[in-house]
Design a protein around this ligand. Sequence first.
Ligand code: ZN
Length: 148
Amino acid sequence: MIEQLDELYREVILDHFKNPSHSGDLPGAHIKAEGTNPLCGDEVTFYLTIDDGRVAQARFQGKGCVISQAASSMFAGQLEGKTLNDATRLIDAMKGLMQGRDPDPSVDLGDLEALAGVRKFPVRVKCAALSWNVVEQGLQDYRAGHRS
Ligand code: ZN
């Protein structure tokens, strides 16, 4: 059991929780998306600026457990610089990873790879997935608003 918990709270995850990168709001964000995971009490709001079809900047604000906040920090970092299509591929890769599938090797997960151990804890998968579920909804709304 202790070994399993080690896997859940890997050092890179704790680092992101203690010193989140990309936290804060983003005035003028093109995408603002928020969501909650009532099972755990996690809340997160993502702000993205879009420039020329790419995520220029990504920030998040939130509160909740280590997994939800660390995942948001890692995810925001991985989103920056990605095209909207690549952002969607990253989201699909993370969903697959949580379902136990090997991620598409062409998708760079960066620190997000550290979340692989979370899938052994089904209740915590929702904590991790909050970040990409929120952003997925935000991207869908953005695309819908930009279809002429
Ligand atoms: Zn949580």
